[in-house]
Design a protein around this ligand. Structure first.
Ligand SMILES: C[S@@+](CC[C@H](N)C(=O)[O-])C[C@H]1O[C@@H](n2cnc3c(N)ncnc32)[C@H](O)[C@@H]1O
Length: 447
């Protein structure tokens, strides 16, 4: 019997109209331009308030429900299975071969011209582009005609205009997708019948995929990022990853997260270490805002040239880079250590190992500011968040399962990891904000 509480095609359509009206009213009142599919469209919404961000994601939930219901249960699964991997593969190919710059932002290019620019057979370029066009990535100048050229639309132009967005596709889709597809095999081999996921980093999907050597021999994706490529090309993936990290901050307006994570002003002249700080994108912002801070950025060796190319002249005497493997004893005695988006990429015992490596440098009263994704959006207080927001967290959670046998953790789990590392790490402060997806947990060293 039909359940009157269940959404229907028409009730969803009405909800979509209502949410869409609320959203566009906000845009109008706040002078935020609406993107279109034209190549010169704005590439993202800027300055959405947290409340309207939730409204937009409720709209996304209603749209996906309408899609599921309009297809029906079986066909919605069939359609998804049929297309999801070709969709992802097409985007990955376009990005890898830089189709973005093979088509001018104004005007168009023929298939042979594009093929020549990306060094692929014309037939391959055409087939990939024809699938991409169905996803509203690029468009045909004369849809359906063999004489058609290809031109940019807003989605392809967003990629052409932004190296950070390209780096995101490369770092997330290219590095993680293939290992994720062998998760059933990995779980079968190493975790089936066990009470918990294996914590062995040699038993991740990533490690299994790259153990044979055909596609390179790497234990972790960090290993791949640092070492793939020959000569000058070595570390090309790490350079992309650095751009990806900086872009994430820009896309989600996360600049304030680190600035608000601690009362930086109150510490006056202080030394800070940004452990695994990438090429310094956070430290530059922090140092500029708080002129009394002196910051050491630590990361893997291939990150150093990117830091050196980007460190602003006026910050050179206060922000420096040291290549340091954070599993080795911490060489810098500082007042505050930032550990931002680092530990969630490691299983518990590796996170404990990394924290213990800091102990030789810690002086009594030293602070550790841990900044991490919120572990589980369902556990946060207040009304439950839209499914599409929860999905962002659960997607990351599965990706780090495939790459690292790690997981997104709630605050209590972080506290336990610090306790397991050493009882002298004392929990001092917690601030979790589900709308920024970020929790800040501060520890003080009572050694
Ligand atoms: C997810 S990123 C976070 C970067 C930065 N903290 C941020 O929030 O944007 C993780 C960083 O850890 C670095 N990393 C991975 N393994 C490392 C190791 N053994 N020693 C030092 N850094 C490492 C990576 O190069 C990368 O920059």
């Amino acid at each position: 019997m039909a359940d009157s509480q269940q959404p229907t095609l028409n009730s969803l359509a009405a909800k979509i109209t209502e949410l869409s009206e609320t959203f566009t009213k906000y845009l109008k009142e706040n002078n935020i331009q609406q993107p279109t599919f034209a190549a010169d469209s704005p590439t993202s919404y800027s300055n959405l308030s947290p409340e309207i961000f939730v409204t937009r994601q409720q709209l996304a939930d209603a749209l996906s429900d309408l899609w599921y219901l309009s297809q029906g249960p079986s066909e919605s699964i069939y359609n998804y299975v049929h297309s999801c991997i070709p969709d992802a593969a097409a985007l990955n190919i376009l990005n890898h071969f830089d189709f973005w710059s093979a088509v001018p932002l104004e005007g168009s290019a023929s298939y042979p011209e594009i093929a020549q620019r990306v060094s692929l057979p014309v037939d391959v370029a055409r087939r990939v582009l024809q699938h991409a066009v169905t996803l509203r990535i690029f468009e045909e100048t004369e849809p359906g005609k063999s004489s058609s050229n290809i031109r940019h639309n807003s989605r392809s132009a967003a990629l052409a205009r932004n190296a950070g967005l390209q780096a995101l596709v490369s770092s997330v889709l290219d590095v993680a997708s293939a290992p994720m597809m062998i998760m059933p095999e990995t779980l079968n081999r190493y975790s089936r019948g066990k009470p918990a996921l294996t914590q062995n980093m040699d038993e991740t999907s990533f490690a299994l995929m790259y153990s044979g050597g055909q596609l390179g021999k790497y234990r972790t994706s960090w290993d791949m990022l640092e070492n793939e490529g020959e000569g000058e090309n070595k570390g090309w993936r790490q350079r992309k990853f650095v751009a990806f990290m900086a872009y994430i901050k820009e896309l989600f307006h996360l600049e304030g997260v680190l600035l608000d994570a601690y009362d930086w002003k109150s510490v006056g002249k202080a030394t800070v270490v940004d452990v695994g700080g990438s090429a310094g994108h956070d430290s530059f912002v922090l140092a500029r805002k708080f002129p009394d801070l002196t910051i050491t950025v630590q990361d893997l060796p291939q990150v150093k040239p990117v830091f050196e190319a980007n460190v602003p002249e006026d910050l050179k005497d206060r922000v420096s880079f040291v290549a340091h493997d954070f599993f080795q004893p911490q060489p810098v005695q500082a007042d505050i250590y930032i550990i931002k988006l680092i530990l969630h990429d490691w299983p518990d015992h590796e996170a404990v190992r990394m924290l213990r490596a800091m102990i030789p440098a810690l002086k009594p009263g030293a602070r550790i500011v841990l900044i991490e994704y919120i572990g589980n959006q369902r556990e946060t207080e207040g009304p439950s968040l839209p499914r599409s927001i929860q999905n962002m967290g659960t997607a990351t959670d599965l990706r780090i399962m495939a790459l690292f046998n790690a997981e997104e953790r709630p605050v209590e789990a972080w506290a336990k990891i610090f306790r397991d590392a050493d009882e002298r790490f004392e929990l001092a402060h917690v601030n979790a904000n589900p709308l920024t997806f970020i929790s800040v947990v501060e520890f003080v060293w009572r050694g």
